[in-house]
Design a protein around this ligand. Structure first.
Ligand SMILES: [Ca+2]
Length: 397
């Protein structure tokens, strides 16, 4: 019997925004950019773009949703997005339609529902779409279907766990394989946890496009053959980005109080939670007594972490190249849930900047063919169940 009340309590209790000196310094460096953003947001889409609800805010392509998440771009003015309320929506040129035939999912406060939607690389021909959702039994499930006339046709469940996930992403390695992140709750985390290799939680999984286990997945300690598990010891990985040229998988994950991480994820890697963390438990006690050196010996440390003085609560992750925001290119954009910013992390300088401040809880980031950017945001509170929005960011003209 799982106890979800602690997730719900945790979700609300996590909100405590700090505006500390490093952020302020970085902000000053980007005042010019920040100053033009309100203008940018006013610069597009005057006509009412949604069938579901009126849109009055600048740049907002779709609004009135609960927790909009998982944007999958089809074309310059066409995309899909998920809603934690249990739906997938199809935006085409200003009109939004709910895709029919999406399986039932269960939501509880801000958790559950449809977590991500992703196009198979062959989508232009195959129309294949993948969704990750907590099904009616609250178990993380991946299904694929063909999108035809706003219907999910020939839907098939290709992965079903017996466990619940907080936040999941689907990220394609190539047309044959994809990664699936599987988050675990706060502290105390449910047992068995991320270090238990018989549990699906706190892992990044790697699956064939049909849900089978790739034969080149790692053989983990104590096992004799590969499983779906690609890496373990994750806490709550809500951002995945695969660099196909470098064949490198990046993942962000939530620490508890601080200790948010960016990791380079390799096969069989143990990413350390909860053996070691740069963050603190919510009661401000240490997560463990393990030293950083000891942690390095038994796990893979993050390539970047943010301490308790710079909270991120990272969600969507995108490495940006060729966007119309030229000063943002060559770095990661990271959606922050708490505080509610869009961040830019430059791996060359190791600097983190707030590029959009207090824009809402940024769940996902996507780039359009033109180089414009979309973000999915929400208010994070079930009491504001109509604050889920998709916003188009337009660069200076
Ligand atoms: Ca870690």
């Amino acid at each position: 019997m799982r106890n979800f009340s602690r997730y719900e309590t945790r979700g609300r209790g996590m909100v405590s925004s700090n505006d500390r000196t490093p952020v302020t310094i970085l902000l000053r460096k980007h005042l010019r950019l920040l100053a033009v953003l309100p203008v940018l947001l006013w610069s597009c889409h005057a006509d009412d773009p949604t069938a579901q609800s009126g849109v009055t805010e600048p740049g907002v392509l779709a609004s009135g949703y609960w927790i909009a998440d998982g944007i999958a771009v089809i074309g310059e003015s066409e995309f899909l997005f998920a809603d934690r309320g249990g739906a997938v929506y199809h935006y085409v040129g200003g009109r939004v339609t709910a895709v029919r035939g999406i399986p039932a999912s269960k939501t509880s406060e801000v958790y559950g529902g449809v977590l991500d939607v992703s196009l198979h690389p062959s989508f232009p021909n195959s129309r294949l779409v993948y969704i990750a959702y907590n099904d009616a039994a609250y178990d993380l499930t991946v299904a694929r279907f063909e999108l035809r006339d706003d219907r999910a046709e020939n839907l098939r469940v290709i992965y079903k766990s017996a466990e619940f996930s907080i936040g999941s992403r689907i990220e394609w390695e190539d047309s044959s394989r994809f990664f699936l992140s599987f988050g675990v709750g706060g502290d105390p985390y449910p047992a068995p946890g991320p270090q238990n290799l018989s549990s699906d939680v706190g892992k990044i999984h790697r699956l064939m496009a049909d849900g089978q286990i790739p034969t080149d997945n790692p053989i983990l300690p104590g096992a004799s053959k590969p499983s779906t598990i690609w890496s373990y010891g994750h806490r709550n990985p809500q951002g995945l980005y695969y660099d196909a040229l470098k064949r490198t998988l990046y993942a962000t994950e939530h620490g508890p109080l601080g200790g948010d991480e960016l990791n380079i994820v390799v096969a069989g890697g143990n990413y350390g939670w909860p053996l070691f963390s740069y963050g603190l438990n919510y009661d401000r006690t240490r997560v463990s007594d393990m030293s950083e050196d000891a942690a390095r010996a038994v796990s893979i440390l993050p390539v970047k972490f943010w301490g308790p003085d710079f909270r991120v609560a990272p969600s969507g992750l995108l490495f940006v190249e060729g966007s119309q925001f030229t000063s943002w290119n060559g770095a990661f954009l990271i959606g922050a849930l708490n505080p509610q910013h869009l961040l830019r992390y430059d791996p060359a300088t190791r600097e983190t900047e707030i590029v959009l401040r207090n824009v809402g809880r940024v769940r996902d980031i996507a780039q359009l063919p033109s180089g414009k950017l979309l973000i999915a945001v929400d208010a994070g509170s079930p009491k504001q169940s109509d604050r889920g929005r998709i916003i188009e960011l337009s660069p200076p003209r």
